[in-house]
Design a protein around this ligand. Structure first.
Ligand SMILES: O=c1[nH]cnc2c1ncn2[C@@H]1O[C@H](CO)[C@@H](O)[C@H]1O
Ligand SMILES: [Zn+2]
Length: 379
């Protein structure tokens, strides 16, 4: 599929926001991979500068299409193979600074006001950088991107999440790194990579360490594998949030008469307000959902789970926060109130301190939506 073929504008409501309003609305992004969001033209530049010769295409337009099509495989494992090319060109300090700066710039230009961007430092050591040098380069890029965004009239704040790869054995080391750079641009920790066969409990030492340090972490769980993975992430590892978590739907029964029954785990997730970092377009590509209209986000929003909307990998899905919301508006008839609900949910679930989250909600997000919602008065 491409995201375009799944558009179904039939569900739009009379008061659904226009694409232009969606674009201007303040958005909050909790789940986005740095190595899944490069500009195709930047990949081509960096490949030339760093001597990377494996690119499947050297024309930026064709390369962008290649990523979307190669990632559109219906399998998480094959989807993840495409990252060898982005990681391949992100091995030098300059490349990391550039990619991180452009990431912040691109998100700000799309109306994102707060973002937590994740990447796996252990994947960027091939040309001799140390883990610390990787983190410092990315942080420098984010600060540069925030400045450039501000200069062009957009405000954004970006925090980093350090990811450990679940098939590898460096999680504790990466957790310690995240803790060392806490308050220095890193706001938390994550594990990612192929889910089946690599349960989060393999990295229990890292999670226990972070809990002892009163630090925060999210875990990719319930994407390619179901309830056992979510259950482990929450009840064994103590995750603050679920990366995807979309398969919590397997524990929710909807009867023909419309009545809904939550299993114990789904009830726990909803009762404890566990944030779900939902990524609709990504799920369509890896086979976790078959269309936007059938995506569990519709039901999860109705049942008032702590659902959030995310991009996962903007390059591989050819998407942006605005596009994710456009698809959801088309599929479910969402209004600006729904968009605000998702954005406030995300901001409540961020890993920065409570007073800062509250100020973002009250002083940035709510006023932004109030402005958009009152526009009809002045037409
Ligand atoms: O949707 C996903 N599920 C699991 N792992 C992912 C997903 N997207 C990206 N990565 C993995 O996370 C690494 C660090 O950013 C990427 O290199 C990719 O291997
Ligand atoms: Zn992800």
């Amino acid at each position: 599929m491409t995201s375009e073929t799944h558009r179904n504008p039939t569900a739009r409501a009379a008061n659904s926001p226009t694409p232009e309003q969606i674009h201007r609305a303040p958005k909050v992004l909790l789940h986005d991979h740095l190595d899944g969001g490069l500009r195709p033209a930047t990949i081509v530049d960096l490949a030339r500068e760093t001597g990377y010769t494996q690119l499947p295409e050297t024309d930026p337009g064709k390369l962008g299409v290649w990523f979307r099509e190669a990632a559109d495989s219906g399998s998480l494992e094959r989807y993840l193979e495409t990252f060898s090319h982005t990681v391949g060109v992100m091995q030098t300090r300059d490349a990391l600074v550039r990619v991180a700066a452009e990431c912040a710039e691109d998100l700000a230009a799309d109306g994102v006001v707060y973002a937590e961007i994740r990447y796996a430092p252990e994947q960027h050591l091939e040309a001799g950088l140390t883990l610390e040098e990787v983190v410092e380069a990315v942080n420098e890029g984010f600060r540069e991107g925030e400045r450039r965004a501000q200069a062009s009239g957009h405000r954004i704040r970006v925090g980093a999440l350090l990811t450990a790869m679940r098939h590898a054995a460096r999680a504790l080391e990466i957790a310690e790194l995240a803790n060392r750079y806490r308050d220095l641009g890193v706001v938390g920790f994550d594990i990612a990579g192929a889910e089946a066969g690599y349960p989060p409990t393999r990295h229990l030492d890292a999670f226990e360490y972070l809990k002892r340090e009163n630090n925060h972490f999210t875990i990719h769980a319930g994407e390619a594998f179901g309830l056992p993975s979510i259950w482990q992430a929450l009840q064994w590892c103590g995750a603050d949030r679920l990366g995807h978590g979309v398969r919590i739907i397997d524990d929710i029964e909807v009867k023909d008469d419309g009545s809904v029954t939550l299993g114990r785990l789904a009830a726990y997730v909803r009762d404890k307000r566990v944030p779900l970092e939902l990524c609709p377009s990504s799920n369509l590509q890896t086979g976790a959902a078959s269309s936007y209209a059938d995506h569990p986000i519709g039901l999860l929003r109705k049942l008032q789970f702590r659902a959030t909307v995310n991009t996962d990998n903007r390059l591989m899905s050819g998407t942006s926060m605005s596009r994710e919301f456009e698809h959801l508006v088309d599929a479910f008839g969402y209004t600006l109130d729904d968009m605000q609900w998702f954005s406030v949910n995300a901001m409540k679930s961020a890993f920065i301190p409570f007073d800062e989250r509250l100020a973002m909600i009250n002083d940035v997000i709510k006023p932004g939506y109030a402005t958009l919602k009152s526009e009809w008065l002045f037409r």
